[in-house]
Design a binder for this molecule. Structure first.
Ligand SMILES: NC(=O)C1=CN([C@@H]2O[C@H](COP(=O)(O)OP(=O)(O)OC[C@H]3O[C@@H](n4cnc5c(N)ncnc54)[C@H](OP(=O)(O)O)[C@@H]3O)[C@@H](O)[C@H]2O)[C@@H](O)CC1
Ligand SMILES: Nc1ncnc2c1ncn2[C@@H]1O[C@H](COP(=O)(O)OP(=O)(O)O)[C@@H](O)[C@H]1O
Ligand SMILES: [K+]
Length: 499
């Protein structure tokens, strides 16, 4: 599947450019309806009745085409239309006329009268043109459809879902399968949209790749095609120092586990060397637990500064288990002035909840690449002005404001850079919602930065690897299980068999 995502507005432009270049709109609609019909034939049982709900725009037009094609296959099809069909415009009107009758006005009874287990619904009410919350009959029918629990194939987007941001406008259809066209939209990946779509299929309706490229899309599904070219497995003649030396700054004696998880993850992600920098009081506990990861005692922020005089130490993570307060703020200040790649997570971010302007001044002046990895709570403390936005817009706005790459973690993690480029992740398992997995993610980002990946690519690759590691570790995982799983993920990326 292509990794570019198109907003509904970009999709409309791609349609318009294709039509202007000589492909009639009705031809695009015919291909779209064919794709829907194919999906329905796959999803519907052999003797299932098919009931199609058609809306007032071109999404309804796709439904009329599908109805005609399915009837031609001898399938029993009922079509219900929302609104007055005499008001249908252009391509939707042509598709309605070509259907040749056999329709009724949409009613709640059309949905509620379906015998359980015998009907497959097609939702062709609203797609890309939905621009305000649903009300009235449309909303009531969508709610009845969800209550009925019958399988639904959605056309383009489950009706009620905003394709640009994955949010619901009033109410939204819960589909088993969604057939979209040309490229996925952000709303197919962002929650709750992803769950509402069920499985998503992309049908080629003849919009050229060059047309999509001409739109210069800035939003992507997070997959290896986005960053794989930036990462190189070890060279045959290579050396561990070629792969960087990551530093994880530990919290105090009572909270050292997070730094160890992160440091091990940085090493698993392929950093050549990893050192945990800790207060002398925490040395013994780290030394007792760590083997491949090194430990170095440093006293305060000045000790850390002295350690960083060694230029080989090229990427630093600070935050997991760090503790909140002035001490953490001064470490952040020192790190952002140190010309190193820096990852700030957890307490490093929370420490600036009451000092946001100070943080912005530091982050904008950072002398090396900077990645922030907040979860929703940390994000809201640091960027309260963006908390009401959808997650894609929020991450982009924060990245632009602080001049850093922002990884807004969650079930649909968004990675955004200050120039507006964004990736949406969809390979993470809900089993990742367990203590310490965020520390592992921050460590992977740091390990990839140590290897020299640019900040956006390092962050996106790390989020994907973390999701894959969760998949490999499987149900019941705890954060430590991600570490051996990362071995298999790295081997897969390197194109090697598991050995
Ligand atoms: N050539 C092409 O472009 C192709 C397009 N394709 C298909 O077209 C779809 C996009 O079509 P679209 O732009 O006509 O929008 P669509 O989703 O049908 O809805 C618009 C209608 O809904 C109405 N409406 C909106 N919100 C509402 C609300 N809350 N409550 C009530 N009404 C509301 C709005 O009314 P109005 O705002 O005018 O009052 C208007 O009548 C796209 O998803 C894909 O399936 C494919 O065939 C491939 C080729
Ligand atoms: N429902 C979910 N589905 C998939 N991934 C999730 C889900 N909830 C959380 N995660 C992931 O788990 C990790 C949790 O990180 P974080 O909240 O920082 O936890 P901790 O601080 O305990 O390490 C993040 O990478 C996040 O994206
Ligand atoms: K729809």
């Amino acid at each position: 599947m292509s990794i570019e995502l198109l907003t509904p507005a970009e999709m409309a432009t791609a349609d318009a450019l294709t039509i202007a270049a000589g492909t009639a709109g009705i031809v695009l609609m015919e291909r779209a309806g064919q794709g829907v019909s194919n999906a329905v034939l796959r999803e519907a049982g052999a003797d299932a009745e098919i009931r199609i709900l058609c809306g007032p725009g071109n999404n309804g037009g796709d439904g009329f085409v599908a109805a005609r094609l399915l009837r031609r296959q001898g399938r029993p099809v009922r079509v219900a239309v929302l609104g007055d069909p005499s008001q249908l415009r252009s391509d939707a009107r042509s598709a309605f006329e070509a259907m040749g009758g056999g329709w009724e006005a949409l009613s709640l009874d059309f949905v509620r009268s379906a015998p359980a287990g015998r009907v497959l619904f097609v939702d062709a009410l609203f797609g890309a043109g939905l621009d305000r919350p649903l009300e009235g009959l449309a909303r009531a029918c969508i709610e009845a459809l969800n209550e009925a629990g019958a399988p639904v194939v959605a056309v383009d987007l489950p009706s009620g879902l905003n394709g640009a941001d994955g949010r619901m406008l009033g109410a939204a259809v819960r589909a088993r399968h969604t057939v979209t066209f040309c490229r996925r939209k952000p709303g197919h990946l962002l929650q709750p949209g992803r769950c509402l779509c069920g499985t998503t299929e992309v049908v080629d309706i003849g919009i050229a790749d060059a047309t999509v490229a001409s739109l210069e899309p800035t939003c992507f599904a997070n997959a290896p095609g986005l960053w794989r070219a930036s990462w190189h497995p070890p060279a045959p003649e290579g050396h561990k120092y070629d792969r960087g030396h990551a530093v994880v700054v530990s919290g105090p004696l009572a909270t050292t586990g997070a730094a160890r998880l992160a440091a091990s993850a940085a090493l698993r992600a392929g950093a050549g060397l990893v050192t945990v920098a800790c207060d002398p009081s925490a040395l013994i506990v780290h030394a007792a637990h760590l083997t491949a990861v090194m430990v170095r005692p440093v006293r305060g922020v000045d000790g850390l500064g002295e350690m960083l005089a060694d230029r080989r130490l090229n990427a630093v993570l600070f935050g997991p288990g760090a503790g909140v307060g002035e001490g953490a703020r001064s470490v952040v200040k020192r790190l952002l002035d140190a010309e190193r790649a820096v990852v700030l997570d957890a307490d490093a971010l929370t420490s600036f909840g009451d000092a946001r302007e100070h943080f912005l001044a530091l982050s904008r002046a950072a002398r090396g690449p900077l990645v922030l990895t907040p979860h929703d709570g940390e994000f809201q403390r640091l960027f309260p002005a963006f908390a009401g936005l959808d997650r894609l817009s929020a991450a982009r706005a924060a990245a632009r404001e602080c001049g850093a790459v922002v990884v807004l973690k969650g079930a649909d993690t968004v990675i955004a850079d200050p120039q507006g480029r964004a990736a949406i992740n969809d390979n993470a398992s809900p089993w990742l919602a367990t203590a310490g997995t965020g520390d592992v993610l921050a460590g992977i980002v740091t390990g990839l930065l140590a290897q020299g990946l640019p900040a956006f690519e390092a962050a996106a690759m790390a989020v994907w690897m973390h999701g894959e590691a969760g998949r490999v570790a499987g149900a019941g995982l705890i954060s430590e299980d991600l570490l051996p799983a990362l071995k298999l993920v790295v081997a897969g990326l390197a194109g090697e068999e598991d050995r």
